[in-house]
Design a protein around this ligand. Structure first.
Ligand SMILES: [Zn+2]
Length: 179
């Protein structure tokens, strides 16, 4: 029987791939604070995070599409618990009560407009079903083993989501910490 989970990537796997397969550690790079915008898509159990990330000469556009996201009814008493976060759409005031996203477990598709992502990860991420958007389908000299991963801008967006409490390392580990 084919194990289709082999074809899915979460942020934990992309991060591990990135730090263990390339000489430059992209997670240690200094990147300025990104501006995030979240688009909930409860009909598909997805959440799209788009970010403008300031670079040296340009503002790069990074995207992370989270899949298998759990949307739930806002509790009647409006008491939030540790497992969820509340997002209010600034355009129309709609409120979404969402289970915190996880480094391990939420499948993702990612993209960034920077040259590093285009030249290193675009084709590799595409081949693992972890690319958001169009693929160049060109083989990468910088990535001969075709390892999917994250550029420094995407990693900075991951850190920002963690700081805001939207993204946690692992649902199980976090629950154990609070017990
Ligand atoms: Zn980038």
């Amino acid at each position: 029987m084919k194990n289709f989970y082999l074809w899915l990537e979460d942020l934990h796997a992309l991060h591990q791939n990135t730090v263990s397969n390339f000489p430059t550690d992209r997670t240690k790079a200094e990147v300025r604070e990104p501006k995030l915008s979240l688009t909930p898509m409860p009909e598909n159990n997805e959440l799209l995070v788009k970010a403008n990330v300031p670079g040296k000469d340009d503002i790069y556009k990074a995207s992370i599409l989270f899949q298998n996201v759990n949307y739930q009814q806002l509790p009647k008493d409006k008491q939030l618990d540790l497992y969820h976060f509340l997002f209010t759409n600034p355009l129309n005031g709609h409120k979404f009560y969402i289970e915190r996203l996880s480094m391990r477990g939420n499948n993702v598709k990612v993209d960034c407009s920077c040259p590093d992502f285009k030249n290193t990860f675009n084709t590799a991420n595409y081949s693992q079903n972890a690319l958001y958007g169009a693929s160049s389908k060109l083989p990468s000299k910088r990535n001969p083993k075709n390892v999917p991963g994250l550029c420094k801008h995407l990693w900075r967006v991951v850190q920002e989501l963690q700081q805001k409490g939207i993204l946690i390392d692992s649902k199980t580990l976090t629950l154990m910490t609070y017990l």
